[in-house]
Design a protein around this ligand. Structure first.
Ligand SMILES: [Fe+2]
Length: 247
């Protein structure tokens, strides 16, 4: 496997840069209150990533890989800077609801029981609530978290939305999320090859995934989507002591 990130801290630096420029683009003049609000919003995004890191290393790495691929995919789709930033942040945070899932369920080796599966399926709603509780988070970013497990045929969760009812950014996140998940080793199964994962995306076009975006995603050269376990630690940027831990 070749490494996309060199050095490993690059992704975090990219995220922080994007978050900063995203916030700065909304800043007008020298309004102190507004500046404080901007700092607060920046801190929320990084805080959630840090909490994921503290909670579950695999979910944290997965989130950063999905964010990284969103960065590449947004360029492929000629997204504006603002749309690109929202997509990356939403993709980095898509699984933030897992912060509230018990370790027993989140890290269980072997299949989940029906009851545990119901708990796991709540993570998009839990993520949405976490972001809403923080205040003024962009709606399109929340939509990615809320709808990233919906399917085109309406058989996804938690809302069973269909086709174009699902926001575009969420449809895009679903594809990247599935691709990275298929490549990843799990306690109960080995990851599959990029070629096989590409075939699976195509196979489930129109039922699970949006065909247009799958074909766009697959037109990205495979080597640009190569991933690795990212060794960077958010604590290099944000001290654990400054962050509140959730019960
Ligand atoms: Fe998820």
């Amino acid at each position: 496997m070749t490494f996309f990130f060199d050095p490993p801290l690059k992704m975090i630096e990219l995220i922080i840069k994007i978050i900063s420029s995203f916030s700065l683009s909304r800043r007008t003049g020298n309004d102190t209150l507004l500046a404080k609000w901007v700092d607060y919003v920046e801190e929320i995004y990084v805080k959630f990533l840090f909490e994921l890191l503290s909670k579950d290393l695999e979910t944290y790495h997965h989130s950063l890989r999905v964010g990284n691929m969103a960065n590449i995919f947004a360029d492929q789709l000629n997204f504006s800077n603002e749309q690109k930033q929202k997509l990356i942040i939403g993709c980095c945070l898509h699984d933030c609801g897992k912060i509230l899932i018990s370790n027993e369920v989140l890290n269980k080796e072997g299949s989940l029981t029906p009851k545990e599966w119901e708990v796991m399926k709540c993570h998009p709603i839990m993520g949405m609530r976490l972001l809403l509780a923080e205040g003024d988070i962009d709606e399109e970013i929340i939509d990615i978290v809320k709808f990233h497990h919906e399917r085109l045929d309406g058989l996804g969760y938690p809302f069973g939305m269909k086709g174009e009812e699902i926001p575009i950014h969420a449809r895009i996140c679903t594809i990247i999320d599935a691709y990275d998940s298929m490549l990843s080793n799990r306690a109960y199964r080995k990851g599959i090859s990029p070629l096989k994962a590409r075939e699976e995306l195509l196979k489930h076009c129109t039922t699970q995934f949006d065909e247009f975006y799958v074909r766009e995603f697959l037109s990205i050269p495979e080597h640009l989507l190569e991933t690795r376990e990212i060794g960077c630690e958010l604590k290099d940027y944000y001290s654990i002591n400054t962050l509140q831990t959730r019960g």
